[in-house]
Write a protein that binds this ligand. Sequence first.
Ligand SMILES: Nc1nc2c(c(=O)[nH]1)N[C@H]1C(S)=C(S)[C@@H](COP(=O)(O)O)O[C@H]1N2
Ligand SMILES: [Mo]
Length: 541
Amino acid sequence: MKRSSTIYGAAIGGILAVPLTVIFYLAEQLFGLPFVPFNIFDWMARVLPGDIVRFGIDTMVKFITTLNIGDSTSSTAKSLEHIMAILGLWVTCIVAGGVFFFIMHERETQTGTVAGLILGVIVGVPVALISVSVSPTGVISPVVEAVWVVAVFAVWGFAVGRVWMYDRASQTATEEAEVQRMDRRSFLVRIGGLSAVITVVGAGLGALLENREESTAQTISESDATPQPVQLPNADDPFIPAPGTRPEYTPLDEHYRIDIRSRPLELDVSEWKLTIDGMVDTPLELSLDDLRNNYEPRHQFVTLSCISNPVGGDLISTTRWTGASVRDVLAGAGVQKGDVPLYLNIQSADGFHESLELAMVEEDERIMFTYAWDAEPLRDKHGSPLRIYIPDRYGMKQPKWIESVTISDEKEVGFWVDRRWDPVARVKATSVVDTVAVDELVEQEDGQTLVPIGGIAFAGARSISKVEVKVDDDEWVEAQLRSPLSDKTWVIWRYDWPFEEGEHRFAVRCVDGESDPQIEESQDTFPSGATGIHSVSETLE
Ligand SMILES: Nc1nc2c(c(=O)[nH]1)N[C@H]1C(S)=C(S)[C@@H](COP(=O)(O)O)O[C@H]1N2
Ligand SMILES: [Mo]
């Protein structure tokens, strides 16, 4: 009896968690209230030890690449995170429902409603606190958010309590009492059906709202910004990439995305200000228009890579970045220099943070507050309204959604550095075979057949001076290089190999613009970025 009651309670808790999830989803779409499962997930990713989080991410990336699911690792990973987050909430509700029925059974309590409300509050309060702690500042009032979350859980607990009472009544009812008994199974079916209706209606409505938001966002950006396709500086290079080589200029929709939030932040650009304070003569508060209009706009073609990108991975993309040189902006604030080194401590709205030596900014005008990508205002997921560009560094050093820069003689340890990743995070040279174009053989006049092979090579802001290809155990031979979009982007290479039947292995390596060859020894992404030779096997017939 007790055991079956506990299991029944767990089932009830779990079933009722589904409409609970949908209510959070609807409220997110309607009022911008937090979607609680994602907030809890994001919180866990921040408070758990870095090594455990990294193990989780590594496992997920390996899972995705091994099973080859989804079009891109970063978007598939986000979808998996979403599923895990929702399952996490359901498991919590299942456990809570089971424990509740167990305790109620032990105590032989009759009044389930008050006890149910207490259950809801017990689960809801910590969830609310956690949720508030990872919500971005200034988007929704923390009090409103907390009250909302506790209220929804209280309703859930109340419902669990009601089911307990009902169950109790029908279990103890005697035949003579002629209470209309319904066995647990058919009750479960009923309540499951009700939950399903709420879920379908709620989820459908939420999805409608979500789509409507997206399409209005689209029309605004279409009418607002005159769409000017970006001119590529190497457009007249006659070099033709081997068929199957990735696009040299990544379509913005395909640019990878990595950050510590399940959902991208949506900051209100009209309210947003960049604060520059700390050891400066004049603290500044700059709007996006200030940054756009008061400083000379700079355009830079940039390849950005995540330090977690494995050799040959897809967490790397290229677009044109536009912004204002950080050096120019700081000049207006008047940094109070003494004889100690100073730092820019950069704080983002999602709780992410990094720091940067002032000396670097003074030496390098390419370091840039970036507000546009591909001639469009930055998209939410890529850090709207403002992110920073730091040449030759992996993405982890380059905050998105920047809110403030504090000049200080104390260096704040960056978000990922604090989790044992490389404090400098200078990009490691890497080269990749994208394609062995077995279906696009080139017939030469002398009767020779060539196999086009191609891909990318990238060395941060150091450019690429040479790419070499090795087939099986042959010598390394030099590939052709396309003139790159800039010295801060990847380079497209190509090598046409005289056809030979059979299975062959094609490997690639590169040398950067400072004559340093890429590291050939295989190293994992942690802690300093992956190294090693990329190769693919192909059978030619
Ligand atoms: N505020 C904030 N900035 C951030 C991150 C983040 O989680 N939060 N992630 C960093 C990492 S690890 C990478 S690889 C790049 C990715 O930028 P993208 O998503 O626009 O490609 O953003 C960086 N900037
Ligand atoms: Mo990253």
